[in-house]
Design a protein around this ligand. Structure first.
Ligand SMILES: O=C(O)CCC(=O)C(=O)O
Ligand SMILES: [Fe+2]
Length: 365
């Protein structure tokens, strides 16, 4: 019997994975069920450090949810429903004031970002701070806020913090060094994002050479993507070639962002990735995304953790903190500029750039 409080939300029917032969990145699969004892964790530290240094992406399996739980298939289905159910008028009243506030919280209006050659994005997105009470949300979302809050909490404590412990150990720092910079209750922006990409016109595909989101790094520390079946995400390999990210049922796809690159003095580089048109057999489906974008607390200075013996061995020192942006300044600068500023051609081929807080940010074609 339908519940009286939870609205009937159209279910998203997952399309099958592609039959096309794609050039997939060969990513490490990190099994979190091995993280329970010291020996297992020591092994995972090596695997995760290597994965970040080679590809920048890795999978996590056995992260604590089954596909049947709200956070995977059902979670995507709900994301779909929420993005679909809210009518245009209501969407308008929950629009994110992205350029004014430097925050994505709320709806990003469709076509807000410039992609290339006059073509704008074709995707809906709704962002919810991990503290779901921070803002008002559209009516369709309200009955789901408890679940979204629990999802954020689970991802923050059981996924993000576990990864951060492995990364701190990889820097030979006390296990909780990075965890302490990512407090769930601190002032900061780590948030849940639901995305829905729509198929685009042939003209847009031609003008952008099939690129839906240009190659970029994420601004935060860690991005957690709940793997979904439509292929479109690619990673730029160290050999300069784009490789596809393969869907693994109920896996998480993890990458590092700018904040982690700053904190580790470049030891954990931010991953360059992009989104392109899906392969031919998946092109007629909208593509859903469910993410947790993690950032440090707002007041953290994004400068190298120079106590790390690993960084010391690499000769990485912490310069004046006056030169380092805080997480708050970095995320606001990047968020308000993204898809809005006129990018300049860089000296490298196929790269454009912009200056954010005195740091060059690159975008890749
Ligand atoms: O849709 C995806 O798979 C990735 C999206 C992405 O890279 C981003 O929003 O930063
Ligand atoms: Fe990204």
């Amino acid at each position: 019997m339908p519940s009286l409080t939870v609205p009937q939300i159209p279910r998203y029917i997952f399309p099958p994975t592609t039959k096309e032969k794609l050039d997939y990145a060969d990513l490490a699969v990190i099994d979190f069920s091995e993280a329970h004892d010291a020996k297992g964790r020591a092994e995972l530290v090596i695997q995760v450090s290597e994965a970040i240094q080679t590809h920048g992406f890795f999978y996590i399996i056995n992260h604590g949810y089954t596909p049947a739980q709200v956070f995977h298939s059902n979670g995507l289905s709900r994301a779909n429903g929420v993005l679909l159910c809210v009518d245009a008028d209501e969407q308008r009243s929950y629009i994110a004031k992205i350029s004014e506030t430097g925050s994505f919280q709320g709806y990003k209006p469709r076509q807000y970002w410039h992609i290339d050659d006059g073509v704008h994005d074709q995707l809906d997105q709704y962002a919810v701070n991990r503290d779901v009470t921070k803002r008002e949300h559209p009516e369709a979302l309200r009955p789901l806020l408890g679940e979204i809050g629990a999802f954020a909490r689970h991802t923050h404590f059981n996924v993000l913090h576990q990864i951060l412990r492995l990364l701190a150990l990889g820097l030979e720092l006390p296990e909780d060094t990075l965890v302490n910079l990512h407090g769930f209750s601190s002032v900061g922006e780590s948030y849940v994002r639901m995305m829905k990409y729509y198929p685009r016109s042939q003209t847009d595909e031609l003008k952008t050479k099939n690129v839906w989101l240009k190659g970029h790094t994420d601004m935060g520390s860690i991005t957690v993507l709940y793997s979904q079946p439509i292929s479109a995400l690619q990673v730029l390999g160290r050999d300069g070639k784009w490789k596809w990210i393969k869907h693994i049922e109920n896996a998480l796809v993890i990458n590092t962002g700018d904040a982690m690159e700053f904190l580790s003095g470049g030891y954990y580089r931010a991953t360059i990735h992009r989104v392109v048109q899906p392969p031919i057999d998946q092109q007629n489906h909208p593509r859903l995304g469910l993410f947790y974008f993690a950032m440090t607390d707002d007041n953290v200075k994004l400068a190298p953790l120079a106590d790390s013996p690993v960084l010391k061995r690499f000769g990485i020192v912490r310069g004046s903190d006056d030169d380092a942006p805080t997480m708050e300044a970095w995320r606001k600068g990047r968020t308000s500029a993204y898809g809005q500023t006129q990018l300049k051609a860089a000296t490298e081929d196929n790269v454009e750039e912009e200056l954010i807080n005195g740091v060059v940010v690159k975008h890749y074609n």
